[in-house]
Design a protein around this ligand. Structure first.
Ligand code: NAP
Length: 278
């Protein structure tokens, strides 16, 4: 049976470390404040935003919520972001995605001042990541690196295969694995012979967005499997991109869904908030 990589425990450990750091910063007169902007009232976005506010409160990071109506104009949203860029006590700015179709997400991301870009989506943050400069790391991939390291999984020289090439998961994941001296392959929907490629992986990271797509035939005996996907199964229970019940028999270590990658994303967002004052 595979080792279960416990994202709940590891994310709690990181949040407790950050809480102690924020307490000591407060004693030196340094405060950390995150501004969270939500447009509209999509229930999933509301849950994410509330979880972020809760994590801030736990760690001792101040949070300011800006709730804008669904029909807010792009211009109004951009002018709020610009105002927050200039607001000294706001260290980090997060715009909850997705935004309504009439607003250009790219434009909004690029308007956030790079020094306050705690999601790590600004082109400057992405560039820094690829050339190995210090900067904000995209939260989900950064969380996966922490999961692997804190579970004692060696990456140096390992064959890592990432399935999915999105800007928020697959691509930054590749950059972070390269930093760890892994040999990295990125597969996507045009990849030929996907099974052959994934079967080479010592560490297989799956971010496809397709429910239980990766079965045991895609996995090498003894591989480490990280499942980024998040879905509901036919019984309305949370599940991932990996067919956990079958793959866990073949893997040496695996993340569950829920309780694997999910909790790490918020922990790493909190880390980026603290990074603004380090
Ligand atoms: P995305 O933007 O939809 O990207 C999916 C990627 O998978 C694309 O690169 C796509 O290839 C590739 N793909 C799709 N079908 C494929 C196939 N049959 N074979 C090989 N590659 C295939 O998704 P995302 O934003 O990266 O998210 C992926 C999943 O992770 C989703 O379930 C999402 O909900 C979840 N997620 C979870 C967290 C978390 O915190 N737990 C964070 C982010 C995302 P092309 O580029 O060729 O289209």
């Amino acid at each position: 049976m595979a080792q279960l990589i416990d994202g709940k425990r590891i994310s709690q450990q990181i949040k407790d470390e950050l809480k102690a750091e924020v307490e000591s910063l407060k004693n030196q007169g340094v405060r950390v404040c995150l501004a969270v902007i939500q447009v509209g009232s999509d229930p999933a976005s509301t849950v994410y935003v509330n979880n972020k506010k809760k994590a801030c409160a736990y760690i001792g990071i101040e949070s300011e919520a800006y709730e804008l109506p669904e029909e807010v104009s792009e211009e109004e949203l951009l002018s709020l972001v610009e105002r927050l860029n200039q607001t000294e006590h706001v260290n980090g700015i997060l715009v909850q995605l997705p935004l309504p179709a009439h607003i250009d997400e790219d434009k909004v991301i690029k308007t956030i001042c790079a020094d306050k870009d705690v999601d790590g989506f600004h082109p400057q943050s992405v560039g820094r990541l690829w050339i190995g400069e210090k900067g904000f790391l995209s939260c989900t991939p950064a969380g996966i690196i922490q999961l692997l390291k804190r579970s004692g999984i060696e990456l140096d020289g390992k064959e890592c295969v990432i399935v999915g090439r999105s800007n928020i998961v697959g691509k930054p994941m590749a950059a972070l694995l390269l930093r760890e001296n892994a040999t990295v392959t990125i597969a996507h929907s045009h990849t030929k012979n996907l099974k052959e490629i994934t079967n080479r992986a010592d560490v297989l990271i799956v971010a496809i967005g397709k429910r239980q797509f990766i079965g045991p035939e895609y996995v090498k005996e003894g591989a480490v499997v990280i499942d980024v996907g998040m879905h509901r199964d036919e019984n309305n229970k949370l599940c991932g991109d990996v067919l956990f019940s079958e793959v866990e028999k073949k893997a040496s270590a695996i993340t569950p869904v829920p309780g694997g990658v999910g909790p790490m994303t918020i922990a790493m967002l909190m880390n980026n908030c603290v990074e603004t004052v380090r």
